[in-house]
Design a binder for this molecule. Structure first.
Ligand code: FAD
Length: 414
């Protein structure tokens, strides 16, 4: 059995490994000069390769089509990935906050090297600088793959060309065109885990300021869409950081006009506790100006914003603040309003929402329901998750299952 794996990212590498281990002759075609360019930059170069959450807790991290992934995650779970890495690939791992799993060395290159070693041991033929231009099913069975280097026939194909995010890593969407020519429906391609542009201009003035332990809440009318505690930052276009990326996964593709965001800068205090603290601070130094009072509470750069929101001049001596003004200040600190204007484009997103419709893919094998012998893996499928290692695990699990099935190993699954 000749299996061609198209795309040498996380999904493609795992597909190639599992196809080879199931007995196939495997060629892994990658357009870049090296494998796993995106894998290399994951987790800020540390590669958060999976999450240690178990069962339902793991599935809770998957935003789009979690049920489609049951079989793949069962076939090659996060625990099995860790065992493969630590055992056979010789890459010691560690678990950090929130179950995030990283290489102990904090180097994504170690994960990559480990995978490359395993591919070498399994005699996978890696063909770099090989861009797939066309994919054609043959009447007599199998596929003809046309690349910049020529044409080659394969019995089965695993398509693992990734999404549209960070195209400089190679995931430029060409695989979606290939899937389309074979009759597959591509669900709208949208940014997810993306920074957010705000209607308000003031965040731009605070560009670079990071806020830790704040709560970001998104509501449509009274309906709460998102509320989490964490870290975020202001940028030259609006807001970003872990909290904002997670929020984006919940609102991508939704109309944004009627979504309101609220930033709780002091989630550890109730409004009453905050008012009591303001009164205490004022009693200690009644002559100081409002801006100094706010500096004691929040990063300096935020005080003009909070004062403006509360409708009180920053220079106001604290003893002059009346109850209504203090209430307004406490409200600004507990719920600074922001409005999302747009998500940043998919090229700047961590992950692509949408892709090959899962309705047309068999979840037990990752085989196309439309084209026999064609399998899919990784981000090009219409599945995605929150941050924390879930997206790479999706690529690894769907890759493993697709590769194993493509090699004819599906019977072994029972
Ligand atoms: C900045 C950043 C940080 C991230 N950090 C994390 C993290 O820490 N943890 C996590 O779980 N997820 C993270 N992700 C998401 C994760 O990287 C992806 O979900 C994952 O890499 C998808 O794997 P894939 O194999 O499907 O696609 P990719 O890794 O994109 O691989 C696809 C490959 O196919 C090749 N290709 C495309 N078209 C062709 C063609 N026509 N011919 C030949 N080759 C082709 C590409 O060059 C590419 O190498 C991060 C993403 C980004 C952008």
């Amino acid at each position: 059995m000749e299996v061609g794996v198209l795309g040498g990212g996380a999904g493609g590498m795992m597909a190639a490994l599992f196809a080879a281990r199931a007995g196939a002759h495997v060629a892994l075609l990658e357009q870049n000069e090296k494998l796993g360019k995106k894998l290399f930059i994951t987790g800020k170069g540390r590669c958060n390769l999976t999450n240690a959450a178990k069962g339902q807790d793991f599935l809770a991290g998957i935003v789009r089509n979690p049920r489609f992934l049951y079989s793949a995650l069962h076939f090659f779970s996060n625990e099995q990935l860790c065992a493969l890495m630590e055992g056979e690939a010789g890459v010691p791992l560690k678990v950090e906050r929130g179950g995030r799993v990283f290489p102990a060395s904090d180097k994504s290159s170690d994960v990559l090297k480990g995978l490359e070693r395993l591919l070498g041991h399994s005699y996978v033929r890696v063909s770099l600088r090989t861009r797939v231009l066309a994919l054609e099913p043959l009447a007599q069975g199998g596929f003809l793959v046309t690349t910049n280097l020529g044409q080659k026939r394969f019995d089965r194909i695993v398509l693992a060309t990734g999404g549209l995010s960070y195209p400089s890593t190679g995931s430029d969407g060409s695989g979606f065109a290939l899937a389309r020519t074979l009759g597959h429906r591509i669900e709208p391609l949208l940014p997810s885990l993306a920074p957010i542009e705000t209607v308000e201009e003031w965040p731009k003035g605070l560009s670079g300021l990071t806020l830790k332990n704040v709560t970001l809440t998104a509501k449509r009318g009274k309906k709460k869409l998102f509320s989490e505690l964490g870290e975020m930052l202001f940028t030259h276009f609006g807001i970003s950081g872990p909290l904002v990326l997670s929020l984006s996964a919940k609102i991508t593709g939704e109309p944004l006009e009627d979504i309101g965001l609220q930033l709780d800068l002091k989630p550890g205090l109730t409004q009453e506790q905050l008012l009591a603290r303001l009164d205490r601070d004022i009693a200690q130094a009644p002559k100081k100006q409002l801006q100094s009072l706010l500096h004691g509470l929040e990063p300096k750069a935020l005080s003009p914003i909070l004062a403006l929101q509360a409708g009180v001049a920053e220079e106001t001596p604290c003893y002059q603040l009346n109850d209504r003004q203090k209430q307004a200040l406490a409200q600004a600190v507990k719920g600074l309003p922001l409005r999302p204007k747009a998500l940043r484009p998919v090229e700047e997103a961590i992950i692509t929402r949408g892709g090959v419709s899962v309705k047309e893919v068999d979840p037990h094998t990752m085989e196309s329901k439309l084209v026999k012998g064609l399998y899919f893996a990784g981000e090009m499928l219409d599945v995605d998750a929150v941050t924390g290692g879930y997206n790479l695990q999706i690529a690894f699990s769907t890759g493993a299952l697709a590769g194993h099935s493509a090699a004819g190993g599906e019977e072994a699954l029972g």
